[in-house]
Design a binder for this molecule. Structure first.
Ligand code: MLT
Length: 205
């Protein structure tokens, strides 16, 4: 998959896996990574699907209606890519923290739904429930931060709450952050994610 890897100064930090929103690319979230942890390695990936020229991580049939077959295929493709990248760039495959926005948050959630060891944790900005009616793997030990908008037209409040509940039932430790906004990524939610990261990964330092 097309990507950027930047080796961090501190190999004890998790590798930050950056996953852009629809129409974005691997450059979009680089500034965000610096705000979360400027000493961590970064792996930023471009989605392999094109929707009218806009990169995405999986196909959709309509706004909010996912092509589940393609979602499953693309989730495996990304998980396999993480295996290869960890070998190639020599980072710890068991210490990957995804940071995703919108469509990127949805594929990150899908990695958690389908693979027990794909990620060690995730920061999900405006995610949806990627898939319903399946048993999730045991996500004990995984930390997940979700930020959502109370007026998000793409992801209604109930859906964010449903995602929080599905991940919690699978034993993930989930923190939920609300913004009185829509689907846009705000500086306040990034700051909240950075505070959560410091507490969760760096013991508050
Ligand atoms: C999706 O298709 O993943 C969601 O609707 C979010 C987006 O617009 O990308």
């Amino acid at each position: 998959m097309k990507h950027i890897f930047q080796k961090g100064k501190d190999s004890s930090r998790p590798t930050l896996l950056l996953l852009h929103g629809t129409g974005g690319n691997e450059l979009d979230l680089l500034p965000l990574a610096g705000m979360i942890d400027d000493r961590a390695s970064i792996l930023s990936v471009r989605g392999n699907v094109l929707e009218n020229g806009m990169p995405r991580f999986f196909r959709r049939l309509a706004e909010g209606v996912f092509d589940i077959e393609d979602l499953i295929y693309r989730t495996k493709e990304l998980n396999d890519f993480l295996d290869e990248a960890a070998q190639k760039y020599e980072f710890d495959r068991n210490a990957i923290l995804a940071i995703g926005y919108s469509n990127g948050a949805n594929i990150a959630a899908s990695l958690l739904f389908h693979y027990q060891n794909a990620l060690s944790g995730a920061i999900l900005h405006h995610p949806m429930v990627p898939r319903r009616g399946i048993d999730l793997p045991d996500l004990s030990g995984k930390a997940v931060f979700i930020s959502a908008g109370t007026n998000d037209p793409i992801c209604p409040q109930e859906e964010s709450i449903e995602l929080e509940s599905l991940l919690t039932q699978a034993n993930a430790k989930v923190e939920m952050h609300w913004e009185n906004r829509g689907h846009q990524l705000t500086i306040d939610e990034v700051n909240a994610a950075a505070a959560w990261y410091k507490e969760t990964y760096l013991g508050g330092k």
